[in-house]
Design a protein around this ligand. Structure first.
Ligand SMILES: Cc1cc2nc3c(=O)[nH]c(=O)nc-3n(C[C@H](O)[C@H](O)[C@H](O)COP(=O)(O)O)c2cc1C
Length: 321
């Protein structure tokens, strides 16, 4: 329906013009600071419509080398009073080649396009690097930045890739391939890592050093959490999977703040997790984010949240000038 509305040019009539607040981050010009987080446009076929709703950037995926069905339904649960979502989708996606085909055929969105990639569920962790490299090569021509998903709680053992030594190997391989591809194509595509909110302070410190040593281009804080704090009494709280929305806000902010303190502005951060109001978006920026992304807040509140957050951030940064 969203795609049809965009084709009929109804989206802008209903939502108004996207907020114009251009900013340059990672060498890319973002039309405004509010993006759509990964997992909603898993196929890369709805970028134009999400862009027309007012997002300055859209992150598609997660895409894996081969298509995968994900976990069996039901795999998505709303905890409405808590404004939360629990999901164990399991990275269902049509495979990276189909995703790239969709993007090449349809994209006319002028904002920034991120493509989020990961390994297939059946690929063992010690071969994960080959999957990430294959995806990086496949999406290079269509992506403005590439996000590395190694923090999804719904893929068994994926988060083990975030151990400092393993992450350093993976990132070194990705940065080396990035440099090869840059030489081949003359185009530079920044690489950003998407982290979990379920890490200890020690793990955050170690990872932050890996990111700085490897000259990572950007960081996304955070993915969903395995914690159930804030939804304890909801009948669906026992469902397995990642929790997002309002109850994730504090934990995601603590992770963001901890990374920000370790990184000293060396690496830009995209803040995501529990943004349900413009005040929440401002809190992400105060904790150290340069850009923000929405998912659950957008599900519960619709496109008006994009505009109110983008306007609040515009005003905030205008006042600092
Ligand atoms: C149904 C659902 C599917 C998601 N799928 C992905 C995904 O494929 N890849 C990814 O990196 N994050 C995925 N996420 C995580 C979101 O991108 C985001 O990091 C998280 O939901 C926290 O933001 P929020 O509290 O605003 O929802 C998903 C989240 C939800 C609710």
């Amino acid at each position: 329906m969203l795609r049809a509305a965009e084709r009929l040019r109804m989206t802008q009539l209903l939502c108004g013009k996207p907020v114009d607040d251009p900013v340059e981050i990672m060498g890319l010009r973002f039309p405004n600071r509010v993006g759509l987080a990964a997992g909603m446009d898993k196929n890369g076929a709805t970028v134009n419509a999400f862009g027309a709703l007012g997002f300055g950037f859209v992150e598609v995926g997660t895409l894996t080398p081969r298509p995968q069905r994900g976990n069996s339904p039901p795999r998505l649960f709303r905890c409405i009073p808590q404004r939360a979502i629990i999901n164990h989708m399991g990275i269902n996606n049509p495979g990276v080649d189909r995703g790239v085909e969709n993007l090449s055929k349809t994209r006319h969105f002028k904002g920034i396009l991120g493509v989020n990639i990961s390994k297939n569920k059946v690929t063992p962790n010690d071969e994960a690097r080959m999957d990430y490299l294959a995806c990086l090569r496949a999406v290079w021509d269509v992506a403005d930045y590439v996000a590395i998903n190694f923090s999804c709680p719904n893929v068994p053992n994926l988060c083990e890739l975030a151990k400092a030594e393993t992450a350093a190997d993976l990132l070194a391989a990705l940065k080396s391939e990035q440099s090869n591809l840059q030489q081949e194509t003359g185009k530079y595509v920044p690489i950003v890592m998407k982290v979990s909110p379920d890490m200890s302070e020690q793990q955050i410190r170690e990872l932050a050093h890996v990111f700085m040593d490897c000259q990572l281009d950007g960081l996304i804080c955070t993915n969903t959490t395995t914690s159930r704090i804030g939804v304890e009494n909801h009948p669906e709280a026992h469902q397995k999977g990642g929790l997002s929305g309002a109850p994730l806000f504090n934990r995601a902010n603590e992770t963001l703040e901890a990374f920000s303190q370790e990184l000293h502005d060396a690496i830009p951060i995209i803040g995501v997790g529990g943004i349900m109001s413009p005040e929440d978006a401002l809190a992400k920026v105060r904790a150290g984010a340069s850009l923000v992304q929405l998912y659950s807040g957008f599900v519960y509140q619709g496109p008006s949240l994009i505009h109110s957050c983008a306007n609040a951030l515009k005003k905030h940064f205008d006042n600092l000038r």
